[in-house]
Design a protein around this ligand. Structure first.
Ligand code: Q46
Ligand code: ZN
Ligand code: ZN
Length: 304
């Protein structure tokens, strides 16, 4: 099959648009889409110090690679700065491999990297918390968010960039709809800054997961990594399977889920209140009540 833009052989096709692309046109389009996402969301401003959350998985390594590439001139001119933060949750038989990949990609690109671990920050490996009965993805999500924000502030970051792709975003929207969690759904797309919270940017949010993986393969840095052993235990995993099935049957479902959410947000503007966050009385991190989720969890785990 030929590329829709030139005579070369296509390496991918999109069922929802009928477009086929060769390797060169695919990478060009991928990088253009990321640039457009950055511009549209005014995600990167002069003077920004961007902390890229790099786990070593395919999304975050692609994110570090593509940001380093498309911001190359601005990095050279020192208009912006870019570094990696890797959080080691302590997941035996899984994290060691991805940590290696994270170190490799940061090293290859010459991007400095800060590593923080659950053990150092909270006194627990995730495996230990799970063996004490905790829900893995709940603990993981709460501690990781907290650790990233704390490390980003310590290192003077003005933005935290994460590798969430279109699939992740559509899943998150669907999960919050299914749970009826309107407050979380409103917070999912923050419209204002909250004190103490380094703003997050998601430059890959318009790109399907499969295309993020393909970008890594075409650019030659993709390495197959295992799935987290806890991944199948989460609600997200069921929603992911459901969305994948729907996407197979009705191509474009993931994109329309996200686009529909954006339209609902516009229509509901001002009706879904985004709470003012306060500061945790123990660690000072932003939170909804007087204790942040990380301190709450840490206390529960210590009590066990
Ligand atoms: S690493 Fe952590 Fe994921 Fe593993 S425990 Fe769940 S949240 S599945 S991205
Ligand atoms: Zn082409
Ligand atoms: Zn706290």
């Amino acid at each position: 099959m030929k590329c829709s833009k030139c005579d070369s052989i296509a390496i991918m096709s999109r069922r929802y648009s009928g477009c086929h692309l060769c390797a060169d046109h695919f990478t060009e389009e991928f990088e253009q889409t990321v640039l457009k996402t950055l511009h549209r969301g005014k995600m990167v401003e002069d003077g920004d110090k961007i902390a890229v959350a790099v786990s070593g998985g395919k999304d975050s390594t692609a994110l570090l690679y593509v940001l380093d590439k498309i911001l190359a001139d601005r990095l050279e001119e020192q208009e912006v700065d870019l570094f990696a933060i890797t959080v080691d949750e302590g997941i035996n038989g899984y994290r060691d491999d991805t940590m290696k990949l994270a170190r490799k990609v940061a090293g290859d690109l010459g991007v400095r990297q800060e590593i923080v671990s659950f053990r150092d920050e909270y006194g627990f490996d995730l495996d230990r918390a799970v063996s004490d009965g905790a829900m893995p993805c709940t603990v993981c999500g709460v501690f990781r968010k907290n650790a990233l924000n704390r490390a980003a502030k310590r290192l003077g970051a003005t933005k935290v960039a994460t590798g969430h792709n279109l699939d992740d975003e559509a899943q998150s929207v669907m999960m919050n709809y299914l749970k009826g969690d309107m407050e979380r759904l409103a917070r999912f797309r923050p419209r204002r800054r909250q004190p103490g919270l380094v703003p997050r940017i998601k430059p890959l949010r318009e790109i399907p997961e499969k295309e993020v993986a393909l970008y890594g393969m075409v650019r030659g840095f993709y390495e197959e990594s295992r799935e987290c052993p806890y991944a199948r235990l989460s609600f997200r995993s069921d929603v992911r399977d459901m969305m994948n099935r729907l996407e197979d049957l009705f191509p474009g479902t993931k994109r329309s889920t996200l686009d529909g959410y954006e339209r609902v947000l516009e229509l509901a503007d001002g009706r879904w209140a985004q709470m003012d966050l306060s500061s945790c009385r123990i660690c000072g991190e932003p939170c909804v009540r007087d204790l942040c989720k990380a301190c709450e969890l840490q206390a529960k785990l210590k009590a066990k």
